[in-house]
Design a protein around this ligand. Structure first.
Ligand code: 5AD
Ligand code: SF4
Length: 441
């Protein structure tokens, strides 16, 4: 009898891709995926604990299902909440049978056997690993863009962050295995690859070839059939000029860098243990601004870190203006278990954090209106990602990772999805561009 499973994923792209690999592993073990938890015998939650809200979502979901318990379903909690809470999950949610963090996914087949043989509480919680999670099978969600994890874990010690505690130490894959996967993906028809890692640019080839991230990036971009390579997420400390040079010289590397700054104040950066100053960060921005390519730059911002003053907030606003980011993800500081910042005094009230977040977001909105207006009149190559029946517009994605909705192309939807077309930008808003298809280009 085929066993059925359902999986729901929370959190970052690393988690999304981990789920693709978990699905591959389960299918390899003879399980079959279903679309709803109701239909499934095994229910997996791949969880995120980056902020309190993300963590609460998972417990909320588990509570919802508690009521349905007893229908012979087995529940498994994977990912960052699993690693962080460990066996405490069995107390909070007694209907859960498996708790497994990402550093133990290699043990999944073994844990599944334990479940099948009637074990009620199985765990994979060791962080003590030098292995990466490589699967013979990966179920990919997107038909055009494929993820490749090149480095797992995190060795940094940002004062606010749970990731070093939930994903274990940094482990890089060999350059040969990454290139082989990229070739395989190109062969299977993927034209865009996104290299993933908590600190993707801290990559260090463990094989004698000894490539650094810039070398790997450049070589992935040279795999025949690969037209676009993206990477996320980069740590400013390890962000080298060679990465910008690779983008400058290799047309397959996309015009986009996500470089989380977190704060514009050197004082706050130091309290966050980010290991760079505002000036050092700005030097990296200047390398990108000096490129002949129009490199879109995006970032992450945390407001309301303990001790952040009005002047620090102003420094962040000034930095947003100076960089002129194409987009930001901004968050209210959330206290996380085990992290160094837990001990800091001078916590900022929720109301004040909300106010600061609104100030940052409105400031950035104005920047994006200006920045995107600069694209009007330019012709951009787009990957066709969809068709919006309501507006009659095609949905394209530029090299800068901007959404560019366009008209003027009458064709069969299915023939065009995944193809590259040129589009003249005619209008711009804060969050997207609009334009017209350029014939014959
Ligand atoms: N509180 C708020 N935001 C956080 N991030 C990471 N940890 C926290 C936290 N404790 C944000 C950072 C990071 C992004 C993925 O999430 O901005 O870059
Ligand atoms: Fe969430 Fe961080 Fe874990 Fe990704 S690595 S799932 S963002 S806690």
């Amino acid at each position: 009898m085929v066993k059925t499973f359902y999986i729901e994923t929370f959190g970052c792209q690393m988690n999304a891709h981990d789920s693709e690999k978990v699905i591959g592993t389960l299918v390899g073990q003879g399980y079959s995926q279903v679309d709803t938890p109701e239909q499934a015998e095994l229910v997996f939650y791949n969880t995120c604990s980056i902020r309190d809200k993300a963590e609460q979502k998972v417990f909320h979901r588990l509570q919802q299902f508690k009521r349905e318990q007893g229908k012979g379903k087995t529940f498994a909690v994977l990912g960052c909440v699993a690693q962080q809470e460990g066996e405490k999950i069995f107390e909070k949610a007694p209907h859960v049978s498996m708790v497994c963090g990402s550093a133990s996914y290699n043990k999944l087949p073994e844990l599944l056997v334990q479940l099948e043989t009637g074990n009620k509480r199985v765990t994979g919680l060791s962080l003590d690993t030098d292995e990466t999670f490589d699967t013979p099978m990966t179920r990919r969600d997107n038909p055009h863009r494929a993820y490749i994890t090149i480095i797992e874990g995190c060795d940094k010690a940002c004062a606010y962050c749970v990731v070093p505690f939930t994903r274990g130490p940094e482990r890089s894959r060999t350059s040969a295995s990454v290139i082989a996967e990229a070739r395989e993906l190109a062969g299977a028809g993927y034209s865009e690859i996104q290299l993933l890692g908590q600190n993707v640019n801290s990559y260090r080839d463990p094989s004698p070839a000894g490539w650094d991230f810039a070398m790997l990036l450049d070589n992935v971009g040279r795999v025949p059939g690969i037209r676009r390579v993206r990477f996320t997420t980069s740590h400013p400390r390890d962000f080298t000029k060679e990465i910008v040079d690779a983008i400058e010289n290799n047309p397959s590397l996309c015009n986009h860098v996500h470089l989380p700054v977190q704060s514009g104040s050197t004082r706050v950066l130091e309290a966050m243990q980010r290991s760079y100053t505002r000036e050092e960060y700005m030097r990296r921005i200047e390398w990108m601004k000096a490129s002949s390519r129009t490199i879109a730059i995006t970032t992450d911002i945390i407001v309301g870190f303990p001790g952040e003053t009005e002047a620090d907030l102003q420094d962040t606003l000034d930095l947003l203006t100076a960089v002129e980011y194409d987009g930001i993800f901004s968050f209210k500081y959330s206290r996380r278990p085990n992290t160094p910042a837990l001990k800091l005094d001078d916590q900022i009230s929720e109301d004040e954090k909300s106010r600061r977040l609104a100030v940052v977001q409105e400031h950035q909105r104005q920047i994006q209106i200006r920045r995107n207006a600069g694209y009007v009149g330019r012709t951009e190559e787009c990957l066709v990602e969809g068709f919006n029946k309501a507006t009659g517009q095609w949905i394209g994605r530029t090299s800068q990772h901007k959404t560019l909705n366009f008209l003027g192309l009458a064709a069969d939807e299915h023939e065009l999805l995944g193809k590259y077309v040129n589009v003249l930008v005619t209008r711009a808003g804060p969050n997207s561009l609009a334009g017209e298809y350029v014939r014959g280009a």
